[in-house]
Each structure stands twice: as structure tokens, then as C-alpha cells.
Design a protein around this ligand. Structure first.
Ligand SMILES: Nc1ncnc2c1ncn2[C@@H]1O[C@H](COP(=O)(O)OP(=O)(O)OP(=O)(O)O)[C@@H](O)[C@H]1O
Ligand SMILES: [Mg+2]
Length: 312
């Protein structure tokens, strides 16, 4: 195995008990590879921010280990912190400082030599260059979010955490964010983001994780997840009521609904053979006529809601 194949982030047996004894993280094990975009989903209070805060050194783990590019987050704190950029969930931007000086200062905090050229590049990529001399407190909410991202990038991190980067931002800014995330990925940056917008995970993530009650209940390649759990249904509105599915059609595992007026055929979304043609032929043979047909497909949203309900 060459060094590129080692996970950039490795979390092993991580537990977090807050001071009152509440367990916010339960035996978290997770490897993330360089250049991946991982979306963490989960209901309020699931433990997403706690997990990110541990990795970033803001919250102490109760047990377990976390390494970033092979460096332990506790023993090599300065090193790991310099590799990581964090865009926190809470906006803390009531600053009199200008956009440019905020970035320059933040970069300095991580011990990086000044680089006005790099800061200009970051500000331009976030469409903030014309705001560079504005006081942060005078910016709109969306602009402040952009500043938070710029600030998180000021020390050239290679692992970026975005804790709900698009909460409360408009559609355009959300799309801009996705574009920025893709550009960063193209530059080799690893991105871990949390979101309550399932379509966001569906849009940009390579892998999707679901956290519920402090546990990772799922971590899966997005495409595989959609293929495995995503189902399509063909719904036939029948001309005449059926009291039962004919024996000759048992193989299709059809379901009768709407008081015998509907037949529902479920098939996987990714299969190249859906069986619909054969089904149509067999319906004809069985003398079953239909007036209308519709298809539905389960979204990542439905998959997610089902998972969280099952694990609660
Ligand atoms: N400092 C703290 N002391 C005690 N309990 C805490 C503390 N911070 C968080 N918790 C608890 O830990 C749990 C996980 O919180 P966390 O902020 O990690 O959730 P989250 O998944 O980020 O939720 P959200 O989607 O609302 O941001 C919650 O039950 C929360 O109340
Ligand atoms: Mg949170």
C-alpha cells in the first residue's frame, strides 16, 4: 500500500461523554480517504458537531484515537490543527475587522508566512474580492458565510470540515458552495460536511454517513446506497377490481392496493433489466387491463428517514 492509500482521517473506537455523563458519541470508527467528499446526515442532537469538534481539537474525546494524515490529534495537536480547516456551525462574525485582515490574521495564527497572493485567490474564488476592505459586521448573512469559508481556507488546509455550511442560505449561494466544494476536491482537499439537506448530500457527496444517537448507523458510497436502497415502483390503476393477484403472476411479487384497484410492482432502481416488458405480457395473458400507470422512485430522503426510524 503506498502512502496515498492511507486514510487521511482515521477515527478508532471514539467515545465522548459530556460532563453530565451524557454519551454523545458511541464507538465511532471511520476512515476517510484523501480527496473524498463525505456528507454526514443525522437529526438534531445526533452528535455531528461533537464528532467534528473532537477531530478539530475543540472537544476532548473520552476514549479512542483520531489521526489526521498519520498525526495524533492530541499528541500532535498543532500539526493536525494546521492540516484542518473548520467552518463552524455557529456564525461568529460580529467583527469590526475587514475581510482581508481577518484572513491574514487567521493565517498567521496557524504559523503560516503571510501570502497576500493566496488570500487574494481565496477571496476571488468565493466572490469576496470586492468586499476585501469591508468590515465583516456590515456584510449580509450569506457573505458572512463565505467569509467563514475563506477564513477556514486561509492557512491552506488539506482537510476541510463544513458544519452545515448552507443552513439558511439561498439557492444561489448553496449552488455556489457546491461549486466551491467541487473545486476544492479537484485540488485534492478532503471535505467532510454535515447537512440537513438530503439533496445536498445527493448532489455533492462521494460517501454518505448517517449518525443517530451518537452512532454511525450507515456509511456507504452514495451511488451504491442509492442502488441498494433506492427502489422504483410501477403503479397500475386497474380497470376492474381484483380480489387477489393471480397465481400465474406470483413471481413478480405484486401488491394489491386501493381496494383491489391498483397493482404495485417494485423493482430496483439500478438494475438494467426491470422485468416490465414481461410483466406487461403476463398481465395481458391474465386478462388484467389497466387505465393508467405511474412510476415512483425512492429518494435519498426517504432512505434516510427510514433508516433513522428503524434505528430509533
Ligand atoms: N457541551 C455540551 N455539554 C453537554 N452536552 C452537550 C454539549 N454539546 C452537545 N451536547 C449534547 O450532545 C448531543 C449531540 O450534540 P451535537 O451538537 O453534536 O449534535 P448535532 O448532530 O450537531 O446536532 P444539530 O443537527 O442540531 O447541529 C446533544 O444531545 C447535545 O445536547
Ligand atoms: Mg451540529
Amino acid at each position: 500500500m503506498n502512502s496515498d492509500e492511507k486514510p487521511i482521517l482515521r477515527i478508532k473506537g471514539l467515545n465522548k461523554f459530556y460532563s453530565g455523563g451524557f454519551q454523545a458519541l458511541k464507538d465511532i470508527n471511520l476512515d476517510i480517504n484523501k480527496g473524498e467528499i463525505v456528507a454526514l446526515l443525522g437529526p438534531n442532537g445526533a452528535g455531528k458537531t461533537t464528532l467534528i469538534s473532537v477531530v478539530c481539537g475543540i472537544v476532548n474525546p473520552s476514549s479512542g484515537t483520531v489521526t489526521v494524515d498519520g498525526n495524533d490529534i492530541i499528541k500532535d495537536f498543532r500539526k493536525t490543527r494546521s492540516i484542518i480547516g473548520l467552518v463552524p456551525q455557529e456564525l461568529t462574525t460580529d467583527s469590526f475587522e475587514t475581510v482581508f485582515s481577518t484572513l491574514a490574521f487567521s493565517r498567521g495564527l496557524f504559523g503560516k508566512p503571510p501570502s497576500p497572493t493566496y488570500i487574494e485567490k481565496v477571496l476571488r474564488s468565493l466572490s469576496l474580492w470586492d468586499k476585501k476592505d469591508d468590515m465583516i459586521m456590515t456584510l449580509s448573512g450569506g457573505m458572512k458565510r463565505r467569509v467563514l469559508i475563506a477564513k477556514a481556507l486561509s492557512h491552506e488546509p488539506t482537510v476541510l470540515f463544513l458544519d452545515e455550511p448552507t443552513a439558511g442560505v439561498d439557492v444561489n449561494l448553496r449552488k455556489d458552495m457546491w461549486e466551491i466544494v467541487r473545486e476544492l476536491k479537484a485540488e485534492g482537499v478532503t471535505i467532510i460536511l454535515t447537512t440537513h439537506y438530503i439533496e445536498e448530500a445527493e448532489e455533492i457527496a462521494d460517501r454518505v454517513g448517517v449518525i443517530n444517537n451518537g452512532e454511525i448507523i450507515l456509511m456507504e458510497d452514495k451511488d451504491k446506497l442509492m442502488a441498494k436502497l433506492g427502489k422504483k415502483q410501477l403503479i397500475l390503476d386497474l380497470c376492474d377490481q381484483l380480489s387477489a393477484v393471480p397465481q400465474s403472476m406470483a413471481d413478480y411479487k405484486l401488491e394489491l392496493s386501493d381496494n383491489g384497484m391498483q397493482l404495485v410492482y417494485t423493482f430496483t432502481a439500478q438494475g438494467d433489466r426491470t422485468g416490465i416488458t414481461a410483466l406487461m405480457d403476463d398481465l395481458k395473458l391474465a386478462g388484467i387491463a389497466f387505465r393508467d400507470l405511474n412510476t415512483t422512485q425512492s429518494s435519498l430522503e426517504e432512505i434516510f428517514v427510514n433508516l433513522v426510524e428503524e434505528s430509533s
